[in-house]
Design a protein around this ligand. Structure first.
Ligand code: NAD
Length: 354
């Protein structure tokens, strides 16, 4: 073990738990010393992968050599596991959505504070390249001031066939992908939310939403659309953004995209009318070639460190968490407003804890 390495046990060795094990393998300062999963098949998988499978959560929490745990179980179990871990003097990395709602999260952060332990939520999509390119466009105004941002993830496979179908486990797409896209929005836009309007989709007949749309208005004038769909056999681009000088697009996860901006070097060229459908239009005619510049996407914004390096730095007292708990709380509060708007059909205002 690296001299200063921090020991963690992964609670829930399913899809994401085993992914954490892979992530941590690449990090010299954090080491997985075991796992615990209620399912014996997953416990066996952990042993096969070379990790000690603890027989119970108690056994993990009683083990004084374990400094921290990673919680990667279904959403409804996060709070109880975290509160018990803090009471046993462990630090916690918790998967998203950290809890089912604001009040559970307040209980969790109070327990962390009382124990004097670290709680960091794995909002890993703050490190996604597509997002970091858009953040760079926003910060550097490369297509002018952004005033409209559309962030979408589309699939056609419905809700995955597990606990994500069930309300009691915190299923549904708003709590699943939604929390990532909302976290990105609030991390990027430093402005108070004035209102949110939303619509949840129940087209597949599940008891939880199979997708949703939310339009967030920020005090600084930005209108931000977030859309998650699991019934989209043809997908819309991952990002479509409009700025005062042009438009940007990122099509997919392989960063296919471009910007088109107005060319300030040339005199305004009046567009020529084109035939559109059975009519003529000048308004919707494409701008002349010399009037615009097609550019490549900017280099992404660079996060100061990886999630696990940041975690190690926080434990060593060398850095603040990149994912801060008051930011996580703000996102959960926004999720509650989106659920409320979906239920009532009303635009929700005066809720943001900016
Ligand atoms: P999963 O069903 O694949 O795995 C969950 C595992 O937890 C299962 O092996 C199950 O047996 C085990 N488990 C259930 N209750 C337990 C308990 N009380 N104690 C110990 N083990 C228990 O689910 P998943 O897709 O890995 O999702 C787990 C968590 O990770 C969820 O909160 C999910 O939202 C999150 N997640 C995050 C990302 C991301 O990119 N950050 C991606 C996928 C999932």
């Amino acid at each position: 073990m690296h001299q200063n390495s921090h020991s963690v046990v992964i609670i829930g060795y399913g899809g994401m738990g085993s992914y954490h094990a892979k992530l941590i393998k690449d990090n010299e300062r954090v080491k997985v010393v075991g796992t615990y999963d209620i399912d014996s098949v997953r416990a066996e998988a952990s042993t096969q992968d070379g990790y000690r499978a603890y027989p119970s959560l108690e056994a993990v929490l009683e083990d004084k050599t374990v400094e921290s745990i990673v919680i990667a179980t279904p959403n409804d179990s996060h709070k109880e596991i975290a509160v018990r871990a803090f009471a046993s003097g462990k630090n916690v990395i918790c998967e998203k959505p950290v809890t089912m709602n604001v009040s559970e999260f307040e209980e969790m952060t109070a327990a962390a504070e009382q124990a004097g332990k670290v709680l960091m939520v794995h909002q890993n999509r703050r490190w996604d390249e597509d997002f970091l390119i858009i953040k760079q466009m926003y910060d550097q105004k490369s297509i002018g001031d952004l005033f409209r941002i559309e962030s979408r993830v589309h699939g056609a496979n419905g809700i995955p066939g597990d606990w994500r179908h069930m309300e009691v486990h915190g299923g549904g797409m708003l709590l699943d992908w939604g929390v990532h896209l909302l976290d990105q929005a609030l991390f990027m836009i430093d402005s108070k939310i004035t209102s949110v309007s939303s619509r949840l989709s129940f087209i597949l007949g599940d008891e939880v939403d199979d997708g949703f749309e939310a339009t967030i208005q920020f005090e600084n004038g930005i209108s931000y659309l977030i859309e998650v769909g699991t019934t989209n056999f043809i997908t819309l681009p991952r990002w479509y953004v409009k700025g005062t000088e042009g438009t940007g697009i990122i099509e997919d996860w392989s960063m296919t995209g471009r910007t088109v901006t107005r060319n300030r070097e040339v005199e305004h060229v009046e567009p020529k009318p084109i035939q559109a459908g059975v009519g003529l239009t000048k308004t919707m005619a494409p701008p002349s070639e010399e009037a615009t510049i097609t550019g490549v996407l900017p280099e992404p914004f660079r996060q100061p460190s990886s999630f696990y390096d940041n975690f190690a730095d926080v434990l060593d007292g060398k850095a603040e968490p990149i994912v801060k708990n008051d930011q996580v709380l703000r996102v959960l509060n926004l999720i509650e407003a989106i659920f409320e708007g979906g239920r009532t059909g009303e635009t929700i205002r005066d809720f943001d804890q900016y």
